[in-house]
Each structure stands twice: as C-alpha cells, then as structure tokens.
Design a protein around this ligand. Structure first.
Ligand SMILES: CC(=O)N[C@H](C=O)[C@@H](O)[C@H](O)[C@H](O)CO
Ligand SMILES: CC(=O)C(=O)O
Length: 303
C-alpha cells in the first residue's frame, strides 16, 4: 500500500525493550521494515509519548535516536522528540539530533514546573531550538498529558521571528477551534500534523497536513486508505475506516487503553518483539491482550 499522496502519515514509535527492560536496538531494523513494507508508513516520530521518552534516560534517548536515524536513512523521515523537564537536557538532545542528522525535532512543554504563559513557553522553545539552529522545529502540543493549557495558536504567534526553522505543530489536542486557528495562521511551508487518531477525519477538512500517532504503527495501511478516500472526496469510505478505528479504541478503552495495552497490540499485530513497557506503566494482562487482538482482527483485514 503506497502512502496517500499529499498528506503525511507519521507513526509515533514504541521503544523496543528486552524482557529485562533494557533498550533493544536490534529490533529497530525489523521495525523499519515492518512500517515501510507492511504499513506504507514513511515517517516516524521517535522518543515521544508512545516511545515513553520521559521514562528514558537522556543517554537512552540518544542511542535510540541515533539508531533510528542511521538505519532509516534513505527509507524514512525521522522526527526526534527532544523535550525534557530540564532545558539543558532538551538542548543536549536537540544538538545531538543535529549531529546524527535527524530530519526534524519536536518539543513539548515541560510539565513538572510548567510554563505559566505563552511567553514563558515560547522563550523555552526558542532556547531549545537555538541548540539546533538548522533543524526544522515542531511544537508538540499535548495538553491532556502536559497539563499546559496555553492554546497552541498563542504559542505559534510570532514564533517565526524567534525560531526561523519553525516548521509546524504536532497537535495532539481535541480542541478543533484552536487547531483551526493554528491552520489559519500558518504559512504554506508549515505542516500541521494532527495527533488524536480517533478523530483524525475531523481535522482533515480543518486543514491538517497529515497525522502523527501511536495507532499508525498497526493501522498505517488503513489510515493511508482513509487519507486517500478523503483526498478523493469519498467521505463514506473515509468515515467507514475512522469508525472502525473508533470501535477498536473504545473497545480497548474498556480495559484501560494505556501504553502497555497499546504496545502489546503492536506486538501481537506486527509480530515484532518490542517487549513490555517500562514502569510505572504496567504490562498488558494476557486476557486483555487476547480480547483486543481478536477485536482488531475482526475489524481489520490485512491490506
Ligand atoms: C496521548 C497519546 O499518546 N496521544 C497519541 C499522540 O499524540 C495518540 O496517537 C493516541 O495514542 C491515540 O490517539 C490513541 O488514543
Ligand atoms: C502519539 C505521539 O504522537 C507520541 O507518541 O508522541
């Protein structure tokens, strides 16, 4: 399945761990093959929420980012999330991303000591970006997790003067008004990527340039079809696919759809050995995994 023309589809990668909980670099080549060949996904977002970045050490994040960049070269675009709680750590990772020739970096708001205003957040983002002054830079808006409620539109206003490499927003929020206000403010060269997989279809007519999310690891091929259907104005078909995704995720939500469940579903669907999540995220109990896997295969046939 070829990627849908015009819209970008980005998988937010899981971090492969051994059963002992150590980073497992050997799984990255098979992971790249799986995404490109089986899912038609040509971009990855590494060390984000799905990658459990905040549960990794800075060193672990570096070796993961490096392996992805080296092994994906010429095959996939690699966006590296470099946000940390400490400005210094974020800068170190931004500089490292430039050294390993990542295609772009993204940064979420720090959320232990939170920025209290758009201005504070912009200053922080600017300082991180200055450590990698030539890399395309994305703001990663994920208010449900960071608790930083500054509208994304307020963050991006005037940002180009502060961050000349500013390239777009990964918008993982449900506020479509704020999203629309980002779209209407964006110059054509920015990319606004929508990050709530269950309602991607609603963001497309609002102007999303693509999507980034965890479920595209195992639903990429179907979402490529959704994107193509949308592009060719076949909304019935696009809705059909979106509704199936909603059915899967609401079914999984009954079991508490967290990263442990999500990662196990990816293991079950792909056959990759990405291991369990890292504490405090709990591994998915077997009976839950079995039920969700059955639901997935009932809803989705191989495409
Ligand atoms: C909170 C979270 O992880 N959000 C992801 C991206 O930002 C999404 O891809 C979700 O995992 C997905 O929409 C399923 O709820
Ligand atoms: C889901 C997503 O985009 C992330 O893992 O950061």
């Amino acid at each position: 399945m070829a990627p849908a023309a015009g819209k970008k589809l980005v998988a937010a990668t899981f971090t492969p761990f051994t059963l002992e909980g150590e980073v497992k670099l050997a799984e990255i080549v098979p992971y790249i093959d799986y995404l490109t060949k089986k899912q038609g996904v040509n971009s990855v977002f590494v060390n984000g929420t799905t990658g459990e970045s905040m549960s990794l050490t800075v060193e672990e994040r570096k070796i993961l980012a490096q392996e992805w960049c080296e092994k994906a070269k010429g095959k996939m675009e690699v966006i590296v999330h470099v946000g940390c709680m400490s400005l210094k750590d974020s800068q170190e990772l931004a500089k490292h991303a430039a050294d390993i020739k990542a295609d772009a970096i993204a940064v979420m708001a720090p959320f232990f000591l939170k920025p209290k205003s758009a201005e504070a957040l912009k200053l922080y983002l600017q300082e991180v970006a200055s450590a990698a002054p030539h890399l395309p830079f994305y703001y990663y808006h994920i208010p449900a997790i960071t608790g930083v409620k500054v509208p994304a539109r307020d963050v991006i206003e005037g940002i180009q003067e502060r961050i000349p490499t500013f390239s777009g927003v990964k918008f993982s929020g449900t506020d479509l008004m704020d999203f629309g206000r980002c779209v209407s403010y964006s110059p054509p060269r920015w990319s606004l990527l929508y990050g709530v997989d269950e309602q991607l279809l609603a963001a497309l007519p609002m102007g999303a340039n693509g999507a980034v999310g965890s479920t595209y690891n195992y639903l990429g091929c179907h979402v490529n079809k959704l994107l193509s259907a949308f592009e060719s104005h076949d909304l019935d078909q696009a809705r059909k696919i979106q509704f199936k995704i909603q059915e899967l995720l609401s079914f999984a939500a009954n079991f508490g759809f967290d990263l442990g469940v999500n990662k196990q579903l990816m293991n079950d669907v792909s056959g990759l050995l990405l291991g369990p999540p890292r504490l405090p995220v709990m591994p998915c109990p077997n009976d839950h995994a079995q039920a969700i896997k059955e639901k997935y295969f009932k809803l989705f046939t191989e495409c």
